[in-house]
Design a protein around this ligand. Structure first.
Ligand SMILES: [Fe+2]
Length: 235
């Protein structure tokens, strides 16, 4: 076997017990997104099985510290977020890119379509990237995002949350998810969180990580992430 050839894995179907249903009565945006016809299985292509592959060359110096991307630090509570990315069998996923985006401490995104009446922070863009290490561990620094209202709906608020996108070893293992904060009083009312099955809801809420907290500097939260696993029986 050519040692330079990429390792190909077979991937099992995503666990429907772990993911939200495509259509939810309470989540209005799913009404337009959900497929209207039965799905057909399509064999994955070589491209889908072998990539995308990102390395350190895609990262800028402060991508993993959202508080150091401008001349001054942002307003807000500085926090550390850390954890491990694993597959459904608990195997750490090395060198996978995690993309991060979030609102600032006032609950406002630095984005043209965000019309929330809250201040922008000139020292906070709210975007970052980090690679996992050889064992799947990652760590980044940011500020705790604020809650924000959902435009067009009556008194509907999103809890504080951080958006994350991961590819894992292939397109088939891609996951877009959100990290929530423990004890947030808005959690029981969040339509997006409540669309997920109960077990998955708990997995989307980070936990305080006292060991990773840095004294007199920042509290740390642990958020482990599980990506789609290989088909049962493959190495
Ligand atoms: Fe958001």
């Amino acid at each position: 076997m050519d040692e330079a050839a990429p390792t190909l894995f077979e991937y099992g179907r995503e666990s429907l017990a772990a993911h939200p249903a495509a259509y939810s009565d309470n989540y209005l945006f799913t009404h337009k997104r959900a497929p209207l016809r039965p799905l057909h299985a399509v064999a994955p292509t070589l491209t889908e099985l072998t990539g995308p592959s990102f390395g350190p060359e895609v990262l800028d110096a402060c991508d993993d510290d959202l508080t150091r991307q401008h001349d001054r630090g942002p307003i807000g509570e500085r926090i550390i977020v850390c954890g491990r990315v694993v597959d459904e069998d608990g195997r750490g996923i090395p060198r996978t890119l995690i993309e991060i985006w979030q609102a600032n401490a006032a609950g406002r995104y630095a984005h043209a379509v965000d019309c929330h009446d809250a201040p922008l922070d000139p020292n906070f863009t709210g975007r970052g990237r980090v690679l996992t290490d050889a064992a799947g561990h990652y760590r980044f620094v940011t500020i705790k995002p604020g809650a924000y209202p959902v435009g067009g709906l009556d008194n509907v608020w999103r809890p504080s949350h951080i958006h994350l996108s991961l590819f894992g070893p292939s397109f088939l293992s891609r996951l877009v998810t959100q990290m929530y904060f423990p004890g947030d009083p808005l959690l029981p009312f969040d339509t997006i969180l409540n669309t997920a099955p109960p077990h998955s809801r708990q997995m989307m809420i980070a936990s305080l990580d006292r060991a990773a907290t840095r004294s007199e500097w920042a509290v740390a939260y642990r958020f482990d992430i599980v990506l789609r696993g290989r088909r049962v029986g493959t190495p």
